[in-house]
Design a protein around this ligand. Structure first.
Ligand code: PEP
Ligand code: MG
Length: 573
């Protein structure tokens, strides 16, 4: 039966395929016994997982909206009731305490016991409750294994899951998965950024879909509107084909701009760099006439593995990036692991109470000098093959820049002594994404050769709105007067000192914001190649002098509505 579920489209594209739901119900667990001394800890582990599921269900309940909200709410309430069922809980505790089963095996035994009772009933309604038991038990099982959940999904499938780590997105894409739907998630999570980079349609914030879709259902998803359709009818299929055709038409039109300059109507050339994560991004950036790569996130070399990449491996990746750009500059950002970008090698601290405010970016690099030095060696060796510059993430203090500069000098000198061809005068830049660095830019600008504004983090820290929390999607908007003022201040300070300044957050890739950034004085953008031509088209429509004359009005806006009114007024002229 055809059903529609709303979500937020965060990575454009349409996909039609079979659903693969990641909610492990059928537990393939081998019998496993524990020692009497381990009972307390095992029961505690199980209850921690149950608490986690209770919180998840509560959270999903609060996020329900749309036509089917009350029906689905009832369904979630039923699961919450099952979760608190004394029969279920005491049975599990007893299986661990008396039979000395591990929590996984206890779940399986208890599931089979309850399923046998329901399946033995004549009433089809009760028989079908086995599905709910599977759902609840499966969620507890997943919560027990939060850290090693298996990624499933194959070519021709659309994965429906609660949430996904960036490393999983890359693996799913490599397996030919057509699209992803998640119950949680947000526009600016690194998983979303990576999905956009891979052109993998992604719909987030679709808890109804997660609760209702079954394995094998035919799904249609629209990564622009966020609509998920189960069992699409003939009209849906026609509309899907039309959207795919329309997408191709639009791409053909934009394609004509690939050799055109990114020049405003009054003749000012704007530099559009690419944010590149993969070899394909680099090739695409090159083909679209990007000025170079403005942000190469090196952490993606570290994510899909359990051990650190060697100097040689990194060197090859950076050298190939430089060679792929045939003389255009590559901006290589040093490792920004931490927060939601945790690796498997144990480099990021595993349990920080507040990882977004924790040991990430340059803070981690300066604590792990061995890892940082290896990376700098690899980058500096690659500099012998073409122009590159180094970008430091999460800079907050002058001291960090002093230390990093010294390290770069020392490593370069050692490499030269070893006989490597290291370029002279490699530019070192800072990401401006911590408000302290933005406000105190005049105090650190002498130590950097260029700056790149990371609006994803800058907005998160400035507005105290977690970029990965979908409950704050509305709040995490760059259209806030504080963001306008700080952007203006950073751009003006950098330009007054003759230092190049770009914006490399997702904001730079959204053509809606192009007039606003130009008005604030920006002349360099770094954005995903997937939207480069749209931003070029927007640049080519703007009269820069007119926009700049309207900057004071933009800076006077007192709220989001005021900034939106400014954007509409500019679009109308
Ligand atoms: C940013 O914060 O805007 C940015 C570009 O870096 P990342 O998204 O990798 O944190
Ligand atoms: Mg950042």
């Amino acid at each position: 039966m055809r059903r529609l579920f709303p979500g937020h489209g965060v990575s454009r594209g349409n996909a039609l395929g079979r659903a693969r739901v990641r909610q492990p119900h059928a537990l393939e667990v081998a019998e496993e016994r524990i020692t009497p001394g381990a009972v307390r800890a095992e029961v505690a582990r199980l209850h921690e997982a149950i608490d986690m599921v209770r919180a998840e269900l509560r959270d999903m309940r609060t996020r329900l909206h749309g036509a089917l909200a009350s029906e689905i709410g009832e369904f979630l309430d039923l699961h919450a009731l099952l979760l608190d069922d004394p029969e279920l809980l005491q049975g599990l505790d007893a299986l661990i305490a008396n039979d000395l089963y591990g929590a996984d095996y206890a779940l399986r035994v208890q599931r089979n016991r309850l399923a046998a009772v329901f399946e033995g009933m004549d009433d089809p309604y009760f028989q079908s409750r086995v599905e709910d038991i599977d759902h609840v038990i499966g969620r507890i099982h997943a919560a027990l294994h939060r850290h090693d959940a298996q990624v499933t999904g194959v070519a021709g499938e659309i994965l429906v899951s609660d949430n996904l780590a960036p490393s999983e997105v890359a693996r799913l894409h490599a397996r030919g998965v057509l699209g992803i739907v998640t119950g949680g998630g947000s526009m600016l999570s690194h998983s979303a950024i990576l999905a956009r980079s891979l052109h993998l349609p992604l719909v987030v914030g679709a808890p109804q879909a997660l609760a209702q879709v079954n394995d094998g259902d035919v799904l249609m998803i629209d990564g622009a509107t966020g609509l998920v359709i189960v069992d699409p009818d003939a009209d849906d299929l026609r509309a899907h084909r039309e959207r795919v055709r329309e997408g191709k038409r639009e791409r053909r039109q934009l394609h004509r701009l690939r050799r055109e300059p990114s020049r405003t109507t009054d003749g000012v050339d704007i530099r559009l760099y690419a944010n590149a994560e993969t070899r394909e991004d680099v090739a695409e950036a090159h083909a679209l006439g990007a000025a170079g790569v403005g942000l190469y996130r090196t952490e993606f070399l570290f994510l899909q593995r359990d051990e650190l990449p060697t100097e040689e491996e990194q060197f090859i990746a950076y050298r190939d990036l430089v060679l792929g750009l045939t003389g255009r500059i590559a901006t290589i950002r040093t490792l920004d692991i931490g927060a939601d970008k945790a690796d498997g090698s144990g480099l990021a601290l595993p349990f920080e109470p507040n990882p977004a405010l924790g040991v990430r970016g340059v803070r981690l690099a300066l604590r792990r000098r061995d890892v940082f030095t290896t990376q700098l060696r690899a980058i500096l060796r690659a500099s012998g093959y073409g122009p590159l510059r180094i970008l430091l993430p999460m800079v907050a203090r002058r001291e960090e820049l002093v230390t990093a500069r010294r390290l770069v000098r020392t490593v370069a000198a050692r490499l030269r002594r070893e006989g490597h061809a290291v370029a002279d005068g490699i530019a070192l830049g800072a990401m401006i994404e911590v408000p302290a660095a933005a406000i105190a830019l005049p105090a650190i600008i002498d130590l950097v050769d260029f700056v790149s504004i990371g609006t994803n983090d800058l907005v998160q820290y400035l507005l105290a709105a977690d970029r990965g929390n979908d409950a704050l999607n509305e709040l995490h908007s760059p259209l806030h007067p504080a963001v306008m003022h700080l952007l203006h201040q950073v751009i003006t300070t950098a330009k007054s000192q003759g230092k190049p300044v770009a914006v490399c957050g997702e904001m730079a890739g959204d053509a809606l914001f192009t007039p606003l950034l130009l008005a604030l004085g920006l002349e360099e953008f770094s954005l995903h190649p997937g939207t480069l031509l749209e931003v070029r088209r927007a640049v080519r429509d703007q009269d820069l002098a007119m926009l700049r004359s309207r900057a004071p009005a933009l800076l006077r806006a007192r709220d989001q509505a005021g900034i939106e009114r400014w954007l509409s007024a500019v679009a109308a002229t």
